[in-house]
Design a protein around this ligand. Structure first.
Ligand SMILES: Cc1cc2nc3c(=O)[nH]c(=O)nc-3n(C[C@H](O)[C@H](O)[C@H](O)COP(=O)(O)O)c2cc1C
Length: 219
């Protein structure tokens, strides 16, 4: 696990269609500014503006059995290897994460030999390889936390990314879900408070926080 003084490089993976004028964009900017101000080198991977293709096509699928990864995915893996901290910023869409982020996990991250030790024949999961990373998932939700239980449960919105990060060996995975944005967006004071809470999470990225990994900002 990265220690406070060791965390120098953070990759922010941003998964929202709006480059500006969205709550996700405001979160991205606040996190990046906070980290930069504390001397962290920050890279932002903007999946939508990069036209990241989330679909595994047949050619890639077949070559994958021989350990061949497309060039764009190999480059994206280098960005992850560079980073000590990974921050994912996304909205909740239809009870999960946006497809572009799921595709990034499928095509770039969850790859045997890169993040997974699958044994010699590639079928025996022995553990994750990204053990020296800290990860923070920041997810915004339009609905109130109370409505989550009505249709499913709150973890369903983020379980694919959180479980994947654990599976890839990251022991310090934090999830911060901001609920009820539809209401809060009408009240600028609340929005500022939410961003201040998120700023605190960004600062806390430096310090291991195994006892409080899941944070809910619910209103
Ligand atoms: C296609 C789509 C699907 C959505 N699905 C959900 C959902 O399942 N649950 C929820 O709470 N909010 C849902 N929302 C609301 C978004 O999560 C919310 O608008 C977003 O978090 C606000 O952040 P933004 O201003 O950065 O877009 C959805 C929004 C869109 C556009």
């Amino acid at each position: 696990m990265a220690q406070a003084e060791q965390l120098k490089k953070v990759l922010i993976v941003y998964a929202h269609p709006a480059a500006q004028n969205s709550f996700n964009a405001a979160i991205r900017d606040r996190v990046a500014d906070t980290l930069l101000a504390s001397g962290v080198e920050v890279r932002i991977k903007d999946l939508v503006r990069e036209n990241f293709d989330p679909v595994i096509r047949e050619d890639e699928w077949v070559k994958g059995f021989h350990g061949v990864v497309p060039e764009e995915c190999r480059v994206a893996q280098e960005e992850i290897s560079w980073a000590e901290g990974l921050v994912f910023i996304c909205p909740a869409w239809n009870f999960g994460i946006p497809a572009i982020l799921k595709g990034y996990i499928d095509r770039v991250m969850m790859i045997p030999g890169f993040s997974l030790d699958m044994g010699e024949d590639g079928t025996d999961y022995r553990g994750g390889l990204l053990t020296q990373r800290v990860a923070l998932v920041l997810q915004t939700l339009g609905s109130a936390l109370s409505s989550a239980t009505k249709y499913n449960n709150s973890s369903a919105y983020s379980s694919s990314i959180v479980s994947s990060l654990y599976y890839m060996g990251i022991k310090d995975v934090r999830l911060c879900q901001v609920w009820n944005l539809y209401q809060a967006a009408n009240r600028s004071k609340e929005m500022e408070q939410i961003l201040n809470d998120i700023e605190e999470e960004a600062r806390a990225l430096h310090a291991p926080r195994p006892t409080r990994p899941f944070i809910t900002i619910a209103r």
